[in-house]
Design a protein around this ligand. Sequence first.
Ligand code: NDP
Length: 263
Amino acid sequence: MKLFAIFGDPVSHSRSPIMHNSVFKNLNYKACYTRVHLKDGSKLKETFFNLGLSGANITVPHKEAAYEACDEIRGFASKVGVVNTIINENGKLIGYNTDADGFMFAIEEFGHVGKVLILGAGGTAKALASRFLQDDIKVDVINRSEGRLSYFKDIGCTCHTWENFESKKYDLVVNTTSAGLKDEELPAPLEILESVLANTNFVADAIYGKLTPFLKLAKKKNITFKDGADMLLGQGVLANELFVNKELKKENIKIQMQKSFEL
Ligand code: NDP
């Protein structure tokens, strides 16, 4: 029996255990998935091996620590320095990022997206910004503090703090901050969000399972919006494929994972 887990702080809200366990149970794959509340990201590797895990997902705020903990990084994760999936390959930790492609899957229904504003500058924002640029989508980023913006400037995004922001016309505004996850905070001051929402076609939030204050505001203004559930599904299917090392068909993983959203 293989054991998998999600690491995060907080982590009790995570739907990953139910998603992955549904796949394992219904497709008769001998594995179990649990959650680990990890406060100190530097303890990730040690905790992973102490628990005898075969693989794991990493959520807020440890995705950059996960990148540091890995022995090898593969694919898109090496471009962004952010890891959300780790695999134990013969005692070595291999890091991947499945968030960005999961998000692209989620916004397919919005049609053409040419210009995006990202709220926040953490691990998820890095992955999405880099993935958008790969598809020639123009990216603006706004964060409450200056410190984390240098990465985004270097890869070609237009960057702002709350103090120097000027709203433009966007196709999509995405909240990647954790404001609204465990509180009722907005991801930026109301006057900034009012001007942004007056100038966008679509809104998305990476947070799932609740209508965040940001999405409530978008709803009030009749803007088409979606929460992070489809992103969660997309990243989960891709992570599960890595966990089972292609022993299960992707389409079957997706069907079982999608069913778990009804539980
Ligand atoms: P990080 O901790 O790496 O980054 C958090 C960002 O949010 C930082 O830019 C931080 O700003 C900002 N922030 C935090 N609190 C506030 C606040 N009260 N007001 C304004 N800005 C704030 O987090 P991640 O990128 O890993 O995750 C972000 C969110 O995305 C989480 O809620 C997570 O659950 C969700 N998520 C959902 C996924 C899905 O599948 N649906 C996948 C991945 C993430 P500063 O730099 O100033 O500290």
